[in-house]
Unconditional design. Structure first.
Length: 639
């Protein structure tokens, strides 16, 4: 029998190991970082994941054995630095969105400047783990004197070694790819972000590779869409046939003013702190408006841009990234275009920040706006936080609207209450909040929203004084929840004795929706469950638009018997809410592993009650994604 000692002393093996130890060392350190990342993002570091991760790392690095020793070490150091940075960014991204980075998000790199302060707060001291080993590698590779190879391996032999290792790694990954696709009910490689399947079975690096392939695989998507055009048209006809005609056309001939309030959450409405109303003007406006108190934000990674996109198009947000960045040149038939084709003199957007932020300068024309007024058009006479103050923006917007021929559509996006909420000067803080009653962040949030409410109240008063309000429908809604608010602060504010869990957290993601008609007509609280996907069809009904020319996934909240809202990212895809039921899917994509709740009692119920809603939610999301990926709206709207 051949002893281990004799094998170890064979010159070929000694040379092979000594020449390639740097590759093995780098890959081993990167694998440890993957384990570290998995711990924080809740992914199991299984044997399968470990083998697949090591295989792809070897496949990425084995080519360096063809280089000279110094060039090889330089290349490996660069590879280690790039992959370490990617893993660190994955963790930062997870802290915001509870999912890892995806290829589409790279398209949003230009948005970083505007939220750099937000990103800085996500960095922890422990993150140095992703980079500390680079110091060790720098010492071993560049500072320490290295041994000379007495008998270098020839180039042919090195190529053979590299090819053999690469083929073995490819075989391992190919077998595992097939195994995963056969082991799960759904195709694990469609909508990678929906579940943790690929992350747990194949690891984060393979996830990114498959994500890249899926993103650019448009050819297969087009064939899939072409086969579903008839089905989608039939579904749309049935979808619209379920809606009634209550209040149809009652707003015809009126202006439409839509105001999207930054980070305004529903739990602030009609609530006070130390006897002070946080939103006194909104509270007053409720009495003369239709108020929807069960209105969910349905945003994904695109946050504010998602809220705009859903409200203006009734199409679901991107699972990864933002359609404002990914699909700004698609053909849309958005609310501003539909209104212009129905007799409106023009559609105008207003926002006191940079026009290129969220790619609005490209997206707004695609959605049918005649003009986008931004910081280049406003006088920046009062800056708060990220840009022009809400009060100044509202004042200057009114001056512009006074010059417009009626009826017009104006879409106003506020800014001052943007995270981190610390931009309100002391002389503009209207609430008396004792030091230490809440965290500084939550206190700043309350002050920012109180200021936003005050600015809105002045704008509404000025609309009344100028005679515009009596000829206008004013819609006000919050775009999304405060993403970094702490549960303990919210519980204390609401004086709630019970902890916030998955279902109550989603309930707290609701935002206010008010629709104010001239004279306060049809005012009252409406408890129907809805979300931002529903605004477009609801307004289409009020303004008497021909719905036969529209395609939307939302519902007319004035004409449905039961609401339905599907979610993604902040609740895993397949999660949904109706008037009475809330289902939260599991990240593993298995229906039975989710949880269903009675929304009235908060208690868990038989999960089978949620199966049809789960399937409906996934179908909505999948079809919306497909339509947008292949720019399919023109084909669907073609008669």
């Amino acid at each position: 029998m051949l002893s281990f000692k004799k094998i170890a002393l064979r010159p070929g093996l000694v040379q092979a190991f000594s020449r390639n130890y740097e590759i093995l060392l780098v890959d081993f350190l990167l694998l440890l970082k993957i384990f570290y990342l998995n711990f924080f993002i809740g992914v199991t570091s299984s044997l399968s994941m470990s083998v697949c991760s090591l295989a792809i790392l070897l496949a990425f690095s084995i080519w360096t054995c063809l280089l000279t020793p110094r060039s090889r070490r330089t290349a490996l150091f660069v590879v280690a630095g790039l992959i370490s940075t990617l893993l660190w960014v994955d963790l930062l991204f997870y802290r915001i969105y509870h999912t890892v980075l995806s290829i589409p998000v790279l398209y949003e790199a230009g948005q970083v400047e505007g939220v750099s302060g937000s990103i800085a707060t996500l960095i922890n001291k422990g993150d140095i783990v992703f980079f500390i080993d680079l110091l060790l590698l720098a010492y071993l590779f560049f500072l320490r004197k290295s041994n000379k190879y007495s008998s270098p391996i020839g180039i042919v032999r090195r190529i053979a070694q590299a090819v053999l290792v690469f083929l073995i790694c490819g075989l391992i990954l190919g077998i595992r790819l097939r195994s995963v696709s056969q082991s799960f009910d759904q195709d694990a490689y469609i909508g990678l972000n929906w579940t943790n399947t690929v992350l747990e079975q194949m690891g984060i690096i393979n996830y990114h590779i498959l994500d890249l392939y899926q993103f650019f695989n448009v050819k297969d998507a087009k064939a899939d869409f072409d086969g579903k055009v008839g089905l989608l048209k039939t579904w749309m006809e049935h979808h619209q046939s379920l809606e009634g005609t209550n209040l149809k056309g009652v707003a015809q001939g009126k202006n439409l003013i839509v105001i999207q309030l930054e980070a305004m959450q529903g739990f602030l409405i009609n609530n006070s702190i130390n006897g002070q109303e946080v939103t006194p003007n909104l509270n007053k406006l409720l009495k003369s408006s239709m108020y929807f108190d069960n209105y969910f934000t349905q945003i994904a990674e695109g946050t504010t841009s998602d809220a705009e996109f859903m409200s203006l198009n009734s199409l679901y947000p991107a699972a990864e990234g933002s359609y404002y960045i990914l699909k700004p040149l698609n053909t849309y038939y958005s609310l501003p275009a539909a209104l212009r084709n129905s007799g409106f003199t023009g559609s105008y957007a207003f926002h006191g920040y940079k026009p290129e932020f969220w790619n609005r300068n490209i997206m707004y024309p695609s959605e049918g706006f005649n003009k986008f007024y931004n910081e280049n058009d406003f006088q920046i006479d009062e800056k708060m936080g990220m840009g022009l103050s809400d009060e100044s923006m509202f004042r200057q917007t009114l001056s512009i609207l006074e010059q417009k021929k009626q009826p017009f559509f104006s879409f106003i996006v506020t800014l001052t209450a943007h995270y981190p909420w610390d931009g309100i000067p002391d002389n503009k803080k209207g609430l008396n909040i004792p030091q230490g009653e809440f965290s500084d962040m939550f206190a700043d949030y309350l002050q920012a929203q109180h200021y936003a409410d005050e600015s809105l109240g002045k704008f509404m008063d000025n609309l009344q004084q100028q005679g515009i309000l009596d000829n206008s429908v004013v819609v006000i809604y919050g775009d999304h929840f405060g993403q970094y608010l702490k549960d303990e602060d919210i519980r204390k504010f609401l004086n709630s004795p019970t902890p916030i869990n998955d279902d109550t957290s989603l309930e707290l993601h609701k935002v206010p929706l008010l629709i104010h008609l001239p004279g306060g007509n049809y005012a009252g609280v409406r408890h129907i469950s809805g979300g931002e996907m529903d605004l477009y069809p609801t307004l289409a009904n009020l303004f008497g638009l021909d719905k036969g020319k529209l395609f939307y996934f939302g519902h007319d909240l004035l004409n449905i018997k039961e609401g339905f809202s599907a979610f993604r990212v902040y609740a895993p895809d397949g999660s949904f809410a109706t008037d009475n039921l809330l289902y939260i899917a599991n990240k593993d994509g298995i229906f039975e592993h989710g949880a269903a709740y009675d929304r009235q009692t908060g208690k868990q119920v038989d999960i089978e009650k949620a199966r049809s809603g789960y399937q409906r939610a996934l179908w909505h999301l999948t079809m919306s994604d497909l339509i947008l990926k292949v720019n399919g709206l023109p084909q669907l709207l073609k008669k």
